[in-house]
Each structure stands twice: as structure tokens, then as C-alpha cells.
Design a protein around this ligand. Structure first.
Ligand SMILES: Nc1ncnc2c1ncn2[C@@H]1O[C@H](COP(=O)(O)OP(=O)(O)O)[C@@H](O)[C@H]1O
Ligand SMILES: [Mg+2]
Length: 357
């Protein structure tokens, strides 16, 4: 029975097949998925890596009237532009060097079913034009061919960054964005799912214990607490990975805290070495703060801003320079979300609203 407080009172909000989690944000996700499945319109799944976009895409297909048709996934981030072009649309023999025979593309393979365009954010602007055409006209040509092929597919796309912002930066076509974004679903990060962490830990513990023929049934309370407190930048995929490793390592009936990575247990020496470590610069930072507190204390209105802003700005400048001004890389190094980085760069006047920094 749906929770009476939920957004759609008459839609089942119980977990979808294969999905674990009962938090309010996930219940809403299950409802949206059930509502959207019936429609033939495009769905855009947005969420950090490991939040379950692929699972939701597959649920959308399974719950639709296309369930008996094919479900075809294409990882747009894994192929070069030319290869992706021929992967999606097929090609005729001789259309480029490696095209030694005719090839059917994934759109044709998905006829009557669903095509899942994963990591759509990494497609080139040229390919985006071709995708827009298939979405609008439901037809395309194979690479190197003039024949037009009609196709009946439902399109689901996924992005691990905010497509709105890519549109603002001129890296994603606005018209394609609106075509895809008819039915949007934002997958919540694991940090926002509260106690789902515990359910997922227990689920994966059982799963991997069985697979490894081990008798682990319990989790040491301090281990569970550490897992609940952790920020999970890699979301469910990261959690799954750590539980599998702990099960493989375990020689006990209890999953012990010491089997979890230092990043989770806060066993800081090892954890810190993987992130930014001021180490040698510590005295410099202390000096900087002391001298600025001296100056700022006179007005002492917004000390945090006065101290932290210039440090943050310098950090952003240095890391961006070290990453060839690539925001994705810089965000990774800083350990913050790319959208957060973009906002901070704007705030510090280090990026322009519509273009590159
Ligand atoms: N709610 C969930 N319940 C159980 N397993 C999940 C859940 N969300 C994600 N997973 C698992 O986590 C991994 C990553 O999920 P995936 O759908 O590939 O994420 P994404 O496509 O967003 O990166 C997969 O192994 C998937 O089975
Ligand atoms: Mg994925």
C-alpha cells in the first residue's frame, strides 16, 4: 500500500524487482518509474554514478508494453564518436576503413523494444544532431548509406551529470535535451537514502555470503555505524564492492569493521593519503589564517568568508590548472560533485556562465 503522504496516492510505491531501499526518496522513484513505464515517451535518468540508473531503465522496459521486445543498452561514454555512430546506426561496407561488411546498428536491434542510451552526456554535438532526428522522425540512415530506415523504439537516456548545466555550457544541444527530458527521473544519492544503507548492506552480505559459501550473518555494530556515516561518493556500486570484499576477506561469522576500507572507517592515515593532503603546507595555512584573523578581527563580521573564500579560490585555480582546466577531472581531484565545482567557479569568477573557463 502506498504511504498516504506520498506524492501519488494511487501508485504502488513498493520496491521494484531487484531494487533494495524503502526510504521516502526511493519510494517516490518507484512510483515515478511505474507511472512512466506505461508511456512511450522518452525518459531521462539523472543521477550520480552507482545510483541505479541502469536498474531503473531496465524496470521501465520490463513494466512497459514493450517488455516482450528487446532491451538494448549502449554505453555512449565507452566509444569514440565514429565507433558510436556506427554502433548506433549501423554502416555499409566500405563507409570507413574498418567497415569490412554491412552492419546493423543498435537502433535497428532495438526495434519494437527499448534502447537505453547510457552516459548520453558524453556524446558529441554532431551525434546529438543525429539522435535528435531519430527521436523526432523515428527514422535514420546507416553510416555511408542513403536508404532511410524507419524504427519503432522507446528511448531512455541516462546522464551522470546535470544536463541543464551542459546545455548552459554549450556542450549539449538544448533541443535534444528537451526531447529527452519529457519524463525526467532524478535518482537520489545514497547519502540521501538514510537507513537504506543498512538494508543494502544486509542484502549484499547475504548475497555474497551465499556466493562465497560463507556463514557470515551479522555485522559488527561499529561497522554498521561507520557504513551509515560514510558519504558514499560511488553510491550503491561502491557499497556493493566493499561488502563483497569484506565477505571474501572475512574468516568469521561477523562482518568486522577492520575489514572495511579506511575511507569508510575513518582510519584516517590511509584515507587521507588518497585525498588532498596539505601536509607540508600546513604551516603556511596557519600563517595565512593567523595574519588574516589579525586583520579581519577589526571588522569580524564574516570571518569564515574572509578566510575561506581566498583559500578556496586559490585551491580551485591551482587544481583547475593542474587538470588542464577540465572540470570533470578537477571535481574528481577535489572530491566534489562537478556541478558544485561549476557553481564555485562561477562564484569566484573563474568560469563564464555560458562558456569554458
Ligand atoms: N537500489 C538498489 N538495490 C540493489 N542494488 C542496486 C540498487 N541500486 C544500484 N544497485 C546495484 O549497484 C550497481 C550500480 O547500479 P547501476 O544501475 O549500474 O548504476 P548507474 O547506472 O547509476 O551507475 C549495480 O550492481 C546495481 O545492481
Ligand atoms: Mg551505469
Amino acid at each position: 500500500m502506498p504511504d498516504p503522504k506520498s506524492r501519488f496516492k494511487n501508485v504502488d510505491d513498493s520496491p521494484l524487482d531487484g531494487l533494495i531501499g524503502e526510504s521516502a526518496v526511493m519510494r517516490e522513484t518507484y512510483q515515478l518509474t511505474r507511472k512512466f513505464a506505461a508511456s512511450g515517451a522518452s525518459v531521462l535518468l539523472m543521477g550520480e554514478t552507482g545510483t541505479g540508473k541502469e536498474l531503473i531503465a531496465s524496470s521501465l522496459h520490463q513494466l512497459s508494453d514493450r517488455a516482450s521486445g528487446p532491451f538494448v543498452r549502449v554505453n555512449c561514454g565507452a566509444l569514440t564518436e565514429t565507433l558510436l555512430d556506427s554502433e548506433l546506426f549501423g554502416h555499409v561496407k566500405g563507409s570507413f576503413t574498418d567497415a569490412i561488411r554491412d552492419r546493423t546498428g543498435r537502433f535497428e536491434a532495438a526495434h519494437g523494444g527499448t534502447i537505453f542510451l547510457d552516459e548520453i552526456n558524453s556524446t558529441s554535438l554532431t551525434l546529438q544532431v543525429k539522435l535528435l532526428r531519430v527521436l523526432q522522425e523515428r527514422e535514420f540512415e546507416r553510416v555511408g548509406d542513403t536508404r532511410t530506415i524507419p524504427v519503432d523504439v522507446r528511448v531512455i537516456a541516462a546522464s551522470n551529470c546535470d544536463l541543464n548545466e551542459l546545455v548552459a555550457e554549450g556542450k549539449f544541444r538544448e533541443d535534444l535535451f528537451w526531447r529527452l527530458n519529457v519524463l525526467p527521473i532524478r535518482l537520489p544519492t545514497l547519502r540521501r537514502r538514510g537507513n537504506d544503507v543498512e538494508l543494502l548492506v544486509k542484502y549484499f552480505l547475504k548475497f555474497y555470503a551465499q556466493r562465497n559459501a560463507k556463514q557470515i550473518t551479522k555485522v559488527e555494530p561499529s561497522a554498521m555505524q561507520a557504513l551509515l556515516d560514510y558519504a558514499w561518493p560511488g553510491n550503491v556500486r561502491e557499497l556493493q564492492n566493499y561488502i563483497e570484499r569484506a565477505v571474501v576477506l572475512s574468516e568469521d561469522e561477523v562482518l568486522e569493521k577492520k575489514l572495511l576500507p579506511a575511507a569508510v572507517t575513518g582510519n584516517t592515515e590511509a584515507a587521507r593519503s588518497t585525498v588532498f593532503r596539505p601536509s607540508d603546507d600546513e604551516s603556511l595555512i596557519r600563517e595565512f589564517v593567523e595574519s588574516h584573523i589579525g586583520k579581519a578581527a577589526v571588522e569580524a563580521q564574516d570571518l569564515h568568508k574572509q578566510i575561506v573564500d581566498p583559500v578556496e579560490k586559490e585551491l580551485l585555480k591551482q587544481v583547475m590548472a593542474g587538470c588542464n582546466q577540465t572540470q570533470t577531472k578537477a571535481a574528481q581531484r577535489l572530491g566534489i560533485n562537478r556541478n558544485t565545482l561549476y557553481k564555485k567557479l562561477l562564484e569566484h569568477g573563474l568560469a563564464k556562465q555560458n562558456g569554458k573557463s
